[in-house]
Write a protein that binds this ligand. Structure first.
Ligand code: 13P
Ligand code: SF4
Length: 363
């Protein structure tokens, strides 16, 4: 059976796609489960069986029984689903171009070179634990598995960092400098003990003394969406609404996290605002789809939710998973064709699994 090509789907209207998605889902029944990240666009999110932040989705992927896991998120999330699911299950990503630009800011060649360079000035295997944010390619998770490290997400980074410090005195944290810095700050580490490692410079652009003093080496990576949020937006909001509350994702800059009342993962943001008293007012520093959905959901309780930036900033890669690609993926499954399976090679998957399982055990 040859796969149905995408060409026939690109021109379909959203309304027609919605109908076809529902029909295909009815035919597939328990054959398929749809996992959706909170940033997913509304016209796809409405079809989700399960939603969550990266940690919750990783746990759900490990628990589901469906033979096909259709991941409405980005590439690294589908890789995690493949690694943690059973061998007979497949993880599918409706559009392979749905990557994460932050994840792409670190790669294995650069991390291995960093590790080698650190090895020239310290006993790196005994003095430093590599921690990768889950927003990273599977081979970086495998690197952490191989070198006694772990994965973390935005909801467990503190717990994982504490675990790492119980093993060795330093952490190499990649690829998000902001999550690493905020996590270290929460643990009481001074900013000057968390220098940034620039992978394009020899020795990360640091002196051997700075590396010796460092507690956390922060990879020079960031999220293009979250870097749009600025402290001045919080200041202006507070000036207008002194009683209002501010909540931000830890991928935001340190100045934004420091000025917020709460900092946490997407799941934590959703839960905090859902459970807040009626008639509260919120400014939220995370992706627009989540914020708009939440604003609508809590409006009947008199809660006001405002997006932190004046300009639209969406996760444009996650946005690629649209109703056309979802209809295409599901109708191919109905026709017996698995398109866009995400398959991590077994050796790499085994090492990455050990780092992910360590994270799930510790947190
Ligand atoms: P969460 O784990 O908080 O959902 O974050 C994932 C992400 O990519 C945020 O940009
Ligand atoms: Fe990656 Fe940023 Fe999109 Fe999150 S919002 S998936 S970090 S590009």
């Amino acid at each position: 059976m040859s796969a149905l090509p995408f060409d026939a789907y690109g021109g379909l209207s959203d309304a027609e796609c919605q109908e076809r998605i529902l029909r295909a889902r009815a035919r597939l029944g328990k054959e398929v489960v749809l996992l959706c990240h909170h940033y997913q666009r509304a016209d796809v999110y409405q079809h989700a069986d399960l939603t969550g932040d990266s940690l919750k989705l990783a746990r759900l992927a490990a628990q589901t029984d469906a033979p096909h896991i259709v991941f409405c998120g980005v590439h690294f999330m589908a890789e995690v689903a493949d690694i943690l699911s059973r061998p007979q299950q497949t993880a599918l990503l409706p559009d392979l171009a749905a990557g994460c630009s932050m994840a792409d800011m670190a790669n294995l060649a650069k991390v291995e070179r960093c590790w080698r360079e650190l090895g020239e000035i310290m006993d790196v295997e005994n003095e430093c634990t590599p921690i990768t944010y889950i927003n990273s390619a599977a081979d970086l998770k495998a690197f952490c598995g191989q070198h006694g490290g772990s994965v973390c997400t935005s909801s467990n980074a503190g717990v994982i960092a504490n675990w790492a410090f119980a093993q060795r005195p330093k952490i190499l944290f990649f690829p998000d400098q902001h999550l690493g810095r905020w996590t270290g700050h929460q643990l009481g580490i001074p900013l000057e003990d968390m220098p940034v490692w620039d992978a394009d410079l020899p020795l990360g652009g640091l002196t051997p003394q700075a590396i010796a003093q460092a507690k956390i080496l922060l990879w020079k990576g960031h999220c293009a969406v979250h870097q749009m949020f600025q402290k001045k937006q919080i200041d202006a909001f507070r000036a207008q609404y002194p009683e209002a509350l501010v909540i931000a994702h830890p991928e935001c800059d340190f100045s934004v996290c420091s000025a917020a009342d709460y900092v946490g993962s997407t799941e934590m943001i959703v839960k905090t605002i859902r459970e807040a008293p009626a008639h509260t007012r919120w400014l939220v520093g995370t992706e627009l789809n989540l914020v708009e959905r939440l604003a609508k959901e809590v409006a009947p309780q008199g809660k006001t939710v405002r997006f932190m930036s004046d300009i639209i900033c969406m996760c444009s890669t996650m946005q690629r998973i649209d109703p056309q690609h979802l209809a295409w993926t599901l109708e191919n499954l109905v026709a017996g064709c698995v398109i866009n399976p995400i398959v991590v090679p077994e050796r790499e998957a085994a090492l990455a699994r050990s780092a992910l399982e360590r994270m799930l055990r510790v947190s």
